[in-house]
Design a protein around this ligand. Structure first.
Ligand SMILES: Cc1cc2nc3c(=O)[nH]c(=O)nc-3n(C[C@H](O)[C@H](O)[C@H](O)COP(=O)(O)OP(=O)(O)OC[C@H]3O[C@@H](n4cnc5c(N)ncnc54)[C@H](O)[C@@H]3O)c2cc1C
Length: 208
């Protein structure tokens, strides 16, 4: 379905900004790995992070070519015949090299930007990382130079003669939405929800 592909920056950015989880693929000694990870888009780069000791970070930092995929599942498309069943989705695939952000200042700035992008305002509310904590993690950046989007929207597309059928057809929407926050059982008494968290929940409640 090449008609479902898109290469414009606006579409690619919008899909990346709507997601939280990416799958990063790379190969080590001929063995492919596909690793789920949290990510954030910053301009023309996708950032993600991991333990400096992890296989993923070590392989990518050594220059292994990467493929990062973001998938948003928007609905089940239920047609009047089996072949026309489908899903509504938005996805992006980025190819390139995910290189670590080097230099302690750039590294800390990337970590802060990454956190702020996912939960705006959170960095300023929490304890700053120690130098040891900063050394234990690496931020990888993948350029969006080679990126494509693909999406499907709308109702099922049935064969013309099947539209007279008496079976129900249509779309069941699917979404990821914030639920009611559950306070840590060890939270000190009388601590209200942080503004960044309240704002995040309000922005991600979703609509029925
Ligand atoms: C939604 C989500 C978000 C995540 N976000 C982050 C993040 O932001 N940063 C981060 O560092 N990690 C994140 N993780 C964990 C991440 O997927 C890896 O498990 C972790 O980074 C360790 O990677 P590694 O290369 O060291 O794995 P390895 O030590 O190489 O893993 C050893 C083996 O364990 C298995 N394995 C590894 N990871 C997984 C997995 N996720 N599921 C099932 N089997 C697995 C595989 O068989 C692998 O070969 C996230 C996971 C999920 C599901």
């Amino acid at each position: 379905m090449p008609a479902r592909a898109a290469y414009d920056r606006e579409t690619i950015h919008a899909i990346l900004d709507a997601g939280l989880v990416a799958h990063v693929a790379f190969a080590v000694d001929g063995q492919p790995y596909v690793i789920p990870t949290i990510y954030a888009r910053l301009g023309e780069r996708v950032l993600f992070h991991g333990s400096a000791a992890s296989r993923t970070v070590r392989a990518l930092a050594a220059g292994a070519p990467a493929c990062l995929t973001v998938t948003l599942l928007d609905g089940l498309v239920l047609a009047r015949s089996a072949p026309h069943h489908s899903v509504n989705y938005r996805s992006v695939i980025v190819l390139g090299q995910a290189l670590p952000v080097e230099g302690s200042e750039a590294h800390e700035a990337a970590l802060r930007a990454f956190t702020e992008r996912i939960v705006p305002g959170r960095w300023g509310e929490i304890r700053a990382p120690t130098p040891k904590e900063l050394r234990a993690v690496r931020v990888l950046a993948l350029d969006l130079g080679e990126a494509s989007a693909k999406l499907r929207t709308g109702p099922p597309l049935d064969d013309e003669e099947d539209y007279a059928s008496d079976v129900w057809a249509g779309v069941v929407p699917l979404r990821t939405a914030a639920g009611a926050p559950a306070a840590d059982p060890r939270l000190e008494e009388d601590i209200p929800l942080s503004p960044s968290v309240a704002a995040w929940i309000a922005a991600h409640r979703g609509s029925e």
